[in-house]
Design a protein around this ligand. Sequence first.
Ligand SMILES: C[S@@+](CC[C@H](N)C(=O)[O-])C[C@H]1O[C@@H](n2cnc3c(N)ncnc32)[C@H](O)[C@@H]1O
Length: 395
Amino acid sequence: MTDAARLDERGASIAPRDPPMPSTKPAPGSLSYRDRFRLWRNGMIGDPGFRRLSRRLPGLRRIANRRANGLFAITAGFANAQILLACVELDLFARLAPAPLGVAEIARQVALTPEATERLLRAAEGLDLVCTTGDGRWTLADHGAVVAASPGIAAMVRHHAMVYRDLADPVALLRDPPAETATSRFWSYVGGEPGAPDAAAYSELMRVSQDMVIAEVLDAYSMAGHARLIDIGGGDGAFIAAAGERWKDLELDLFDLPAVANRARDRLGRGILGPRLTIHGGSFFDDPIPGEPDCYALIRVLYDHDDEAALRILTNIRRAMDPGDTLIIGEPMAGDTPGGKLVAAYFTFYLLAMRSGRCRTPADIFALLRAAGFIRMRSHATTMPVVASLVSAQI
Ligand SMILES: C[S@@+](CC[C@H](N)C(=O)[O-])C[C@H]1O[C@@H](n2cnc3c(N)ncnc32)[C@H](O)[C@@H]1O
């Protein structure tokens, strides 16, 4: 008998039963106190009565407000990113950097109507990108001043237009990822040797976006005790050049795919580093790591690669190292800090669009290093984990 046709003993029909729901409550014994607290807390957060109460009590109200703003920022993320993209495409920050401008002048420069310009400025004001002066003109606010001073951020924002197209249907991407995406084509080296034009496109983006990463890594790890540094997957050479400028006695090597190494030679070959710098073309998977360095750097390389490929790179580097040599790995890493959490979310999905790689915690990297035969692994504090974290290891 179906539920709809069920009758009670007196022959009256009774309401159909709800279909059995899978129990969401795990056996209490299998959960830690922390996890049980989390479940209790989730229940409270979802409870309308508790939400009403939290709006009335000042302490709870502050927390609730912060949480609500955070959730709204996530929900509105795409609109916010598009506001920033519009500002970058119109060069708004560079235009406002020298002096405040009125709406009419901005409108003339960016070739929009005054109404459209005002709309963009108001939206950008909400994101702390621009603000008004006392006389009603517009100038840079904190975020805008940072973007104006960092060409790397503008370059990242521009290339996001491509990444976001790949992420337009996130469920489809998770469920049935295509072999190739626009993002994977852009980072063509991940699937093999890129041609020169591809290398030019991604190397340029890497170079302009590297400033902040370089500062974090070089501030967190001193090369003073080393005689020779090799930057493996060093791209256009911004990191090796910065290290060479900071430690004047350091001998320098850069190792990258031949097409990229050629570009680095064009850029740095005749520079002030002169004979201190040697540039090598080759693959970090199979070719012997050249030179006789005592410090090996992998900056923003490992996260591009799945575990198997990352282990191959580390094993190849380990083969070249002598006892006492050091490998440093600098890249955005997932973690419990606010920056580490942002990194985890962003890169996990970015690398999904790229069809390769993994955003790792320092502990994940230690596990790979151990598997490759490294010992003495260390985490070095950086000031902004959202930009880069740093670990080192020896053999
Ligand atoms: C994400 S970029 C990082 C570049 C630079 N370290 C930085 O932080 O700007 C990765 C670099 O690894 C290089 N690369 C990729 N596959 C390689 C391989 N098989 N052998 C050597 N270098 C490789 C790329 O050409 C690129 O320069």
